[in-house]
Design a protein around this ligand. Structure first.
Ligand code: PMV
Length: 314
């Protein structure tokens, strides 16, 4: 049996501006997607911990899953591309997630890249990380229509990365950072919809391009602070990045309230990813008090450490 772990990803700085040629800084975390593959006599995919609902028809004693169509769209596209590349495979895949889907933690990229890696190993093929990133990005483009290569590159390569998407380039940032917290708020809209609304705003209001420029400059400053391990600077820039994203219309009141409540106990915080809820990353000063506030507010949250490796066979 082959077992693969594909890490989730948090975006520390630069999302949205990355679509307009600025660099972004993203990091892999110790939570993500586990994929098992065992060869058998038919192709079957099982999921554990992937949110879905069941509809039961008592007269027919039949159960139907719904709410999982989007998730299986990634699985379908991945299996099609894998079959094209390495030939048909009869195997049982089990996909487990220890992160909520569609929240901005790159779970869709982790599913695509993790499944590709498991499929290739089950088929007896070793494949390079660059190719995994490229194929994973193809899956995201097919399913979402619009997607930068940031998430699939980070899941494939691992570590704290500075990423330019156009033309594509990645640079590893060497530093050591303490654990972060991620709180997960229900998300309003998909990445594609939110990215399209930001594009429309930039088309209507030329001055909003200044926000993109400011985020680009902020990422360079954050890079310096990351290398120095300067947490005060990082926290402050996380706040500034969040307000700049607010100017683009992707930070809602729930995020502002959450940040206000935990403010005394963190260096800084911001949304991670497209926004409108989803993942909020917090750099804690006092872990115990951050947890108390998040629990009292009833948020789903996780303590996450940054990791060095990308998708890997366990
Ligand atoms: O919310 P996510 O995890 O899908 O991240 C989107 C990041 C954006 O920069 C907003 C879009 C992109 O494709 O880079």
């Amino acid at each position: 049996m082959v077992k693969v772990f594909a890490p989730g990803v948090i975006k520390l700085f630069g999302e949205h501006a990355v679509v307009y040629g600025k660099p972004a800084i993203a990091a892999t975390i110790n939570r993500g997607i586990y994929v098992e593959c065992e060869r058998g006599d038919k192709l079957v995919v099982e999921t554990v911990g992937v949110s879905t609902s069941l509809r039961y028809f008592p007269e027919e004693r039949r159960t139907e899953a719904f709410g999982s169509e989007r998730f299986f769209a990634y699985v379908d596209a991945t299996l099609r591309i894998a079959e094209e590349r390495w030939g048909a495979l009869r195997a049982r895949f089990v996909i487990r997630s220890d992160l909520p889907p569609s929240a901005g933690a790159a779970t869709s990229a982790a599913v695509s890249v993790g499944l590709l890696k498991a499929y290739s190993h089950c088929a007896g093929v070793e494949m390079g990380r660059d190719e995994l990133a490229r194929l994973g990005h193809r899956v995201e483009l097919e399913v979402q229509g619009i997607a930068s290569p940031m998430d699939t590159a980070a899941v494939s390569l691992g570590g704290l990365l500075k990423i330019w998407t156009n033309p594509f380039r990645v640079e590893k940032i060497e530093t050591s950072l303490p654990p972060f917290y991620i709180a997960v708020l229900p998300r309003r809209g998909t990445t594609g919809e939110i990215v399209a609304e930001v594009k429309a705003l930039l088309g209507r209001r030329r001055s909003a391009m200044g926000v993109i420029e400011a985020i680009g400059a902020l990422v360079e400053e954050a890079h310096v602070c990351l290398v120095k391990g300067d947490l005060e600077c990082l926290g402050e820039l996380m706040y500034v990045n969040n307000w700049l994203l607010g100017a683009l219309g992707v930070v809602d009141g729930r995020v502002v309230n959450l940040l206000e409540m935990v403010k005394p106990f963190i260096y800084g915080g911001k949304i991670s990813g497209a926004g409108r809820g989803g993942v909020v990353v917090l750099l804690p000063r006092d872990e115990g008090l951050v947890e108390r506030v998040l629990s009292a507010l009833g948020h789903v949250y996780y303590r996450v450490s940054l990791t060095q490796s990308g998708v890997s066979v366990l």
